[in-house]
Design a protein around this ligand. Sequence first.
Ligand SMILES: C[S@@+](CC[C@H](N)C(=O)[O-])C[C@H]1O[C@@H](n2cnc3c(N)ncnc32)[C@H](O)[C@@H]1O
Length: 225
Amino acid sequence: MQKSYWESRWIKDKTGFHASKPEVALEEFWNYEPKDGFLNVAVPLCGKTMDMIWLAEKGHSVIGIEFIKKACEDFFTESHSLTGAPEVQVFPRGIRYSSPNINVQLIQGDYLKLISGDILQNPVSLLYDRAALVALPPALRKAYIKQHLQLFPDLKEILLITFVYDTSIMQGPPFSIPDDEVRSLFKNDFRPEVLKRENIIDQSEKYQRMGLQEMTKVSWRLKRK
Ligand SMILES: C[S@@+](CC[C@H](N)C(=O)[O-])C[C@H]1O[C@@H](n2cnc3c(N)ncnc32)[C@H](O)[C@@H]1O
């Protein structure tokens, strides 16, 4: 997906992926305490997800990365009572927005083009991926995962959510990513474990109307080898 595709979706408010409540898999499977090296959490391709606030309220320090300016601005406007007005700092590959009130920093920049020096909070040991890997077409997925370790060399675990569905009916995004592909993408550096597999088609009229009878949501924990 080109940046212009996402830009247009944000400008037209076509952000059906944005959830008004915390992700259930996060509530179910996020069992990390913000101590013992599990303080800093990366949320790549974060949009304006409220999950960042959920994580910050747990005591983590959150670094979201998102390349659409409107998404970053909306995050701070819509959560203003919690975040306050962000401090804004421009750097060569993007803009850094830091909340004065909660531990959330957004980097407006292309995740695939950032360099490790752009991340001021390292060591980052946890990464949360909701609607991020599944937002990327196959050609970008390897580079995206490689970038996790380039930006966050101390990464220990990832909580990842993927979808699997009949691609003769729908193409995505969100893209269908079969389990074998997840295992193959992460095989060099991580041990993937399926935490839950659930048919969530009942929760989406849109996908039902498109003709899908099954949409499997797969929650994964990936531990660094
Ligand atoms: C499907 S949305 C999901 C947003 C968020 N994770 C959520 O759960 O609501 C994917 C987001 O990734 C952003 N994005 C796509 N490619 C990106 C890239 N290379 N760098 C930074 N952001 C990117 C898009 O602008 C979009 O906001």
